[in-house]
Design a binder for this molecule. Structure first.
Ligand code: AKG
Length: 287
């Protein structure tokens, strides 16, 4: 039996203990998924996106903490949705290939890349906070197969100071919680947020450049502001079952922020029967 998860050519081998953590907690940290050289290659294109050298349509280039009215220079969390759509040469890159082997080990056969995303926090941005949420609040809830592995690659060492990911383990096992648009209206920003409740245990997930975390569609997560002098850059590739991706596309849902408003209004939390009733904490446990 494999004792430690590790890279193995095109594959990444997930140890049984890590597979169990993913099932139990709703997320897992996997070290050394990409080599320094592999991250360095991806970084060249990543920087071109950040500098606006690769055109991205409309709301697919936005700020996940501010509203759509904010000017690009003021963005705190630069979000590029669907980079492989705008830079087709990225399709099939080493990260996608290796992450797919991880998704299949964690979730079983028949997984497909559903969407990709870049999330870069500028230095010294206290408000680069990614609010607490469950990804499913953004997505159709009635899809036939809900297996999900969202891989989050650290391009920079991701630290408590620069706003690493944080999770509430086990929340992938409870019903979807109530979510609301961060700026009151999804026409103003795409971001949805929910609140911590009593009993939630927050776990920070600092990871090194080249490491990933993988999370389930229901686990509550978010991240804090960037108090450091450096960037916190992440590259997400999310896998779901082939049937689910086909279902989403047939319903006009592509994970683009430019998807039709009527489609966005009918998916995720907006269309759920409502979350469980929990007593909100008076303030966040950490900030
Ligand atoms: O990058 C972050 O801070 C949040 C990312 C996230 O919420 C996600 O990938 O689902």
């Amino acid at each position: 039996m494999v004792e430690t998860s590790h890279r193995d050519g095109e594959r990444y081998v997930v140890a049984e203990a890590d597979r169990q953590k993913f099932e139990r907690d709703g997320y897992v940290h996997l070290a050394g998924v990409l080599s320094e050289e592999e991250v360095g290659d991806l970084e060249v294109t990543y920087e071109r996106f950040l500098h606006g050298e690769i055109p991205v349509a409309g709301k697919d280039f936005c700020d996940m903490s501010g509203d759509y009215a904010r000017g690009v220079e003021q963005f705190s969390i630069i979000n590029v949705m669907l980079p492989r759509k705008y830079w087709p040469k990225w399709r099939g890159n080493v990260y996608e290939r290796r992450a797919w082997t991880i998704a299949e080990q964690l979730c079983g056969a028949g997984m497909e890349l559903d969407y990709d995303q870049l999330l870069a926090k500028r230095p010294f941005k206290d408000d680069a906070v990614f609010g607490w949420h469950q990804d499913l609040a953004y997505w159709p809830t009635e899809t036939p197969d809900t297996r999900t592995a969202t891989c989050w690659l650290a391009i920079d060492d991701s630290t408590v100071q620069n706003g690493c990911m944080r999770f509430v383990p086990g929340t992938h096992l409870v019903p979807l919680r109530p979510h609301a648009p961060l700026h009151g209206d999804r026409a103003k920003s795409h971001t949805l947020v929910t609140e911590l409740v009593k009993g939630d245990e927050v776990r920070l997930a600092p990871i090194r450049r080249g490491d990933i975390t993988v999370h389930n569609e229901r686990v509550m997560h978010g991240s804090g502001g960037n108090k450091s002098a450096g960037w916190r850059r992440a590259y997400v590739v999310a896998f779901r079952s082939r049937e689910t991706v086909a279902w989403e596309r047939a319903h006009g849902f592509t994970h683009s922020h430019n998807d039709q408003r009527e489609v966005l209004d009918q998916v995720g939390f907006a269309n759920s029967a409502g979350g469980e009733r929990n007593e909100p904490l008076e303030q966040s446990a950490e900030e």
